[in-house]
Design a protein around this ligand. Structure first.
Ligand SMILES: C[S@@+](CC[C@H](N)C(=O)[O-])C[C@H]1O[C@@H](n2cnc3c(N)ncnc32)[C@H](O)[C@@H]1O
Length: 380
């Protein structure tokens, strides 16, 4: 399953892949068993299939709110009922920023962690939500650290060389665009050219999403450095650490590779300064990065790796071309209804008529339409 290409959080296979990530599930289960106390009111933010909500209920929570904005909420409701947990866990469909919680939680739990830990804007979401919680609310995770290292990746160098000219085609412009792209991949530990270092350490519930991350990386060997590597570690509790880095057993998360082009030549012990500015859009890794060694400066900007000129890109974004899962789903609904867009209430009515088993009511189906439209609008 881990090799299946998935279409984002509205794809059931994505949830299967996350459930099959044993390290992820085991560490969360351990953390919940250690932290949940009898009487706790827990809110699981981004509940997906309901796994964390279920673990919190089994760990002794009095009441659990499973908040989920995507259509997987309907599946979670049924899964939790089939598991006999519907008396304790209540699924609330909607964006956690907007959903009214029936009782202030004493504990917030979530696994809305992107490949770089903070890239799904989790910190700002938690900072907002803790204001609606009981005083002294506890969180899982407690702390998130985006991690970085220098890389010396000979495979990348040879691929970039091939992409300069191939069978008579001058590909220098494609190559120039590609080196601004953040590449999700699996990093082999042998290509690390520095010790991994946290590019910030953020307290979940207290800190907001940073504007820029800065850190310094010390070269562990002499030679060319042609990329930065990125991943995260999350302290689920003081002692339970989820580290997705290349020196740890694999998880379903990807590592990230930020090309440095042209490469910089480092002596062992050289200190490289790094600044990284995220743009908080789900899954796109549309960041800028800056790498400095002495007077040498390299810069990357993933926005300039998007195909099309500026007008074209603006049109792609405003036409809701992203993320693919939202686009695919809206398009599928449009085709299913065989016609031009209709009012959300009418779409909800038709959706419920077509799939009565999937929704509790027309209003419930209409909520899905609204959630899709909101996701679509948030990209504008
Ligand atoms: C990485 S999945 C984790 C799902 C589940 N908690 C698990 O551990 O398997 C994150 C889920 O959070 C949901 N999500 C993200 N941001 C959300 C928000 N602001 N409000 C509600 N749900 C959100 C997504 O739709 C997705 O289903």
């Amino acid at each position: 399953m881990s090799t299946v290409a998935t279409l984002g959080v509205d794809d059931v296979a994505t949830h299967a892949v996350m459930l099959l990530d044993h390290r992820r599930v085991d560490l969360y289960a351990e953390a919940l068993a250690a932290q949940v106390q009898p009487g706790d009111v827990v809110a699981d933010i981004g509940a997906g299939s309901g796994i964390l909500a279920a673990l919190a209920a089994r760990a002794g929570a009095r009441r659990v709110f499973a908040v989920e904005r995507g259509p997987v909420a309907h599946l979670a409701r049924k899964i939790l009922m089939a598991s006999g947990l519907d008396g304790i866990v209540e699924v609330l469909r909607g964006d956690a920023r907007e959903v009214a919680l029936p009782e202030p939680p004493t504990m917030l739990i979530s696994e809305t962690l992107g490949n770089f830990g903070i890239d799904e804007d989790t910190l700002s979401l938690f900072a907002l939500l803790t204001r609606r919680c009981a005083p002294e609310v506890r969180t899982i995770p407690q702390r998130v650290e985006p991690m970085m290292a220098l890389l010396s990746d000979s495979a990348l160098s040879s691929e970039l060389a091939t992409l300069t000219s191939l069978r008579g085609l001058d590909l220098r412009l494609l190559r120039a665009s590609l080196v601004h792209r953040v590449l999700p991949c699996r990093l082999d530990p042998s290509i690390l050219a520095s010790a991994p270092v946290p590019a910030g350490s953020f307290r979940v519930g207290l800190d907001v999403s940073p504007r820029t991350l800065t850190t310094t990386l010390r070269a562990s060997q002499q030679g060319e450095v042609n990329a930065l590597g990125g991943w995260f570690r999350a302290y689920l509790t003081d002692t339970i650490l989820l580290d997705t880095g290349p020196l740890n057993p694999p998880t379903h998360w990807s590592h990230l590779l930020f090309p440095i082009d042209p490469p910089i030549f480092c002596e062992e012990g050289d200190v490289v300064e790094v600044a990284l500015t995220p743009r908080y859009l789900p899954s796109l890794h549309l960041w800028t990065w800056q790498v400095r060694l002495g007077s040498e400066l390299r810069q990357g900007d993933a926005f300039s790796a998007l195909l099309g000129d500026a007008r074209d890109i603006a049109a792609q974004i405003s036409s809701g071309g992203l993320p693919p899962a939202v686009q695919t789903r809206l398009e599928a609904l449009r085709i299913a209804f065989q016609g031009p867009a209709v009012a959300p209430a009418e779409m909800g009515r038709r959706l419920f008529a077509a799939y009565p088993d999937r929704y509790a009511s027309e209003a419930d189906a209409e909520q899905e339409i609204w959630a899709l439209l909101r996701a679509y609008a948030s990209l504008r």
